[in-house]
Design a protein around this ligand. Sequence first.
Ligand SMILES: [Zn+2]
Length: 128
Amino acid sequence: MTAPRTRVTCRFTFEAAHRLAWHPGKCRNLHGHSYRLDVSVEGPLDANGVVLDFDTLQEVVHTQVIDQWDHRDLNDVLDNPTAELLALRAWELLSDAGLTPAALRLWETADSWVDLTPEDGPSRRAGG
Ligand SMILES: [Zn+2]
């Protein structure tokens, strides 16, 4: 029997405003969302039986993303802050900090979200 792949996920929430200048409808007006961000990492279990300490994951995501975006106008972060481009920016910020997600999900509303996964399939290592 091969060992199952282990994935751990932390969920974060932040409130932010944005406007989409190109949008033909109401999204071109300044408005806000209660975003949720789910960040997953995969990898082998360490000697303590964890992929990555939840506290470590939470600290990195808070420092790199949540603390930067919470209660902000996201047009000050990106020129075109679509959910897709925000998810990509979050991925880049985490990767630059040495935490490569196995999956990242950004919820713009309770029923609309964006999923990012590594281009070459789920990561087999945490970090890096
Ligand atoms: Zn919006």
